[in-house]
Design a protein around this ligand. Structure first.
Ligand SMILES: *[C@@H]1O[C@H](CO)[C@@H](O)[C@H](O)[C@H]1NC(C)=O
Ligand SMILES: *[C@@H]1O[C@H](CO)[C@@H](O)[C@H](O)[C@H]1NC(C)=O
Ligand SMILES: *[C@@H]1O[C@H](CO)[C@@H](O)[C@H](O)[C@H]1NC(C)=O
Ligand SMILES: *[C@@H]1O[C@H](CO)[C@@H](O)[C@H](O)[C@H]1NC(C)=O
Ligand SMILES: *[C@@H]1O[C@H](CO)[C@@H](O)[C@H](O)[C@H]1NC(C)=O
Ligand SMILES: *[C@@H]1O[C@H](CO)[C@@H](O)[C@H](O)[C@H]1NC(C)=O
Ligand SMILES: CC(=O)N[C@H]1CO[C@H](CO)[C@@H](O)[C@@H]1O
Length: 223
């Protein structure tokens, strides 16, 4: 009985050890402001006899899609790509692996997990990190549209200003004309005029509101 427990314990310890031969870490969150992103995965391998490594980038919570991978043995490396449609370039150095992802689209926002494997010689080990949540943002508005937009704003403001000036002048003119007629007007009409005057400044102050902002959604060209 005791022997069995000890054996079980040692198996658990062994499993724990093999799990920790390669530890991988990467940033938990990354925001891609344009269509490119670079995820650096650092790793520690406690098996110095390992000659051949493989590093892969897995996409999704199920870690089922391999975006790209690289195998290296000393100075030589082979690179596999395009399994997910994401363009990928990989750089390896002694501390980790840099995955450069290109031409990402918003709907490729997902979790991206680094997996490092000690392929040769045996025993085989592997390590996976908790992954990077990559948030691909929509590309900002194209710069050439900005001046056009502000020109339109300036024009609208100018028109509004001109309109209110004209309205003011017209109101003053009408007021003067009515004042000249005042003596001849019955009292009722005078009251009407006063109430019209009281409404007038409100009218002038309510400028036409600025034109609604036009959001131009950036769309990728369909192939
Ligand atoms: C994304 O990377 C590609 C390839 O290096 C480059 O040509 C492009 O200019 C980059 N785009 C941005 C927005 O940085
Ligand atoms: C790797 O280095 C060895 C010598 O250390 C050399 O013979 C071999 O050609 C190199 N391979 C590459 C792909 O550079
Ligand atoms: C490996 O690359 C990363 C990312 O470019 C860099 O931060 C790190 O300093 C590099 N390490 C070495 C040993 O060159
Ligand atoms: C993701 O977006 C691209 C264009 O932005 C589109 O071509 C593609 O079909 C979309 N994929 C999915 C799964 O929605
Ligand atoms: C990864 O997640 C596990 C459980 O969610 C946690 O215990 C561990 O600390 C995490 N590792 C890193 C490097 O954040
Ligand atoms: C970028 O991705 C879009 C779809 O997401 C595709 O239509 C386009 O051809 C790609 N551009 C390049 C340079 O690969
Ligand atoms: C989607 C796609 O283009 N897949 C190609 C990736 O590259 C391999 C060869 O390495 C092709 O066989 C696939 O068709």
């Amino acid at each position: 009985m005791i022997l069995r427990i000890l054996t079980a314990l040692s198996i658990i310890q062994l499993a724990h050890q093999t799990e920790k031969v390669i530890s991988v870490s990467q940033p938990p969150l990354l925001v891609a402001e344009n269509k490119n992103a670079s995820i650096f995965c650092s790793y520690v391998c406690k098996s110095p006899e390992t000659r051949t490594f493989k590093a892969s980038m897995l996409k999704g919570t199920a870690r089922a899609v391999e975006v790209c991978s690289v195998s290296w043995n000393g100075n030589a490396s082979t690179h596999n790509d395009n399994k997910s449609g994401i363009k990928c370039r990989i750089e390896v150095n002694t501390t980790g692996v840099m995955f450069n992802l290109y031409n990402l689209s918003v709907n490729q926002t997902d979790i991206y997990v680094c997996k490092i494997e000690a392929v040769y010689p045996a025993p085989y080990h592997h390590g996976e990190s908790n992954g990077t949540v990559l948030h691909v943002k929509e590309e900002p508005q194209k710069p050439p549209q900005a001046p056009e937009h502000s020109n339109a704003m300036v024009a609208a403001v100018a028109v509004a200003t001109g309109y209110s000036v004209v309205a003011t002048v017209a109101a003053v003119l009408i007021y003067c004309r009515l004042r000249n007629k005042k003596m001849r007007l019955p009292r009722n009409d005078y009251h009407n005029m006063i109430s019209w005057q009281a409404n007038s400044p409100k009218k002038r102050n309510s400028q036409p509101s600025a034109p609604a902002r036009t959001y131009t959604t950036y769309r990728f060209w369909e192939p």
